[in-house]
Design a protein around this ligand. Sequence first.
Ligand SMILES: Cc1cc2nc3c(=O)[nH]c(=O)nc-3n(C[C@H](O)[C@H](O)[C@H](O)COP(=O)(O)OP(=O)(O)OC[C@H]3O[C@@H](n4cnc5c(N)ncnc54)[C@H](O)[C@@H]3O)c2cc1C
Length: 435
Amino acid sequence: MATRKARGGTLIAGGGFAGAYVARYLGKRGCTIASPENFVLFTPMLPEAASGTLEPRHVVIPLRVMCPHAELLLDRLTALDTDTHTATVGPFKVEYERLVLALGSIPRALPIPGLAEAGSLTNETVFSLTELPKRLAVIGAGPIGCELAQAFRRLGSEVVLFDAAPHVLVREDADAAEILQRAFVRDGIRLVLSCELRRVTRRGPRRVIELAAGEVAVDEILVGAGRAPNVEGLGLEAVGVQYDPARGVLVNDHLQTTNPRIYAAGDVCMQHKFTHMADAAARIVIQNTLFLGRKKLSALHVPWCTYTDPEIAHVGMYERDAARQGIAVDTFVTPLSTVDRAIADGEEEGFVKVHVKKGTDRILGATIVARHAGEMLNEITLAMVGGLGLGTLANVIHPYPTQAEAIRKTADAYNRTRLTPRVKRVFQSWLAWTR
Ligand SMILES: Cc1cc2nc3c(=O)[nH]c(=O)nc-3n(C[C@H](O)[C@H](O)[C@H](O)COP(=O)(O)OP(=O)(O)OC[C@H]3O[C@@H](n4cnc5c(N)ncnc54)[C@H](O)[C@@H]3O)c2cc1C
């Protein structure tokens, strides 16, 4: 087997978002990427994309365009050798000084008896459907399940959404999840919650799902049970890289694995499996491997968005996180029914909710429910990154009418709490005197 040196000493295993971002940020230093594909593919789950056609709008970026200084080996990494710092990639042994594991994740399988035999779709294979299923079961009411359930319902499928939890998006802010659940009922999605799926059987063209309280027959089943990190079968143990099948490669706060030469980025090691987190992780890896930086994952403010209609966007802590950490919070909420633009748009069901550290205006977390909540959230994330308090957001002039005015109104609500009875009395006396 031919031996070769990784360009610039860096071998990146996986050419998805995390791998490609690391390679891109390495710039002219170059690197070698081991990837079975020569492009990065993204299929956005936007509600608009689902409104008229089954054809998804793929975004395909050739790796040669995204990282022009990388050497591309179009093969998988199949083994890691002990002691020699070499990896097997197709017909080559590649020597590296540093290795970045960016192997991504795969759809998580569910151990429901009969499901494998009956056949089901995943969040990857669903995009290859050429015909709309008349009746579709979606198992899992997490973000992926919710996005796809609503998309298929709006395309015209009869959709049944199953979950063991008592409501959709069980990890999300409960008020936000409640609004989405109502939207699903209006859309005509049948919700089967707090359920236990006992078995799936194939009866002719139908797949039949057995529950304690009867059965449901559908044409297709889509499993939306989250993503599992791609960690098995590479011999990570041989090079001292510890991993857990559910959590993925174990990394420290600097994204270094238990082997100091080996780093990891993206879905293979991170709790938050998002494209933007693959980017953030890539920046941390570059800083920490090349520039002796000590950038920390825990220092990031992580936003995310579930692309349903309405969208649910969140950053930072939920109330329950604060409670778990013993941090007292004050919460300020502005319903969209008090925001002129939302009224004009007919999108009054939603809110901006911000948690601050009790007695201060330090923003700890926020949830927004709105048609474009993902766009609105950026203002709050910026405030958190820049250390701006909620009170400062009251000084930001928002164009009228915009739904983001809800953020200023939330900041105004905070400022009103600073009016203690004594300050109020002083103001009233001043106004009376100047009248
Ligand atoms: C349907 C769907 C919709 C999504 N929508 C969003 C969204 O709207 N917003 C968002 O932020 N995130 C979204 N995500 C998540 C996002 O796609 C991932 O978080 C992101 O791609 C993670 O980047 P990654 O590089 O870690 O993994 P990936 O992009 O999956 O890349 C991993 C790469 O490693 C390769 N690989 C695997 N094994 C090997 C090996 N042995 N050797 C070499 N290469 C290997 C794979 O082929 C793959 O190309 C979505 C995911 C799915 C499935």
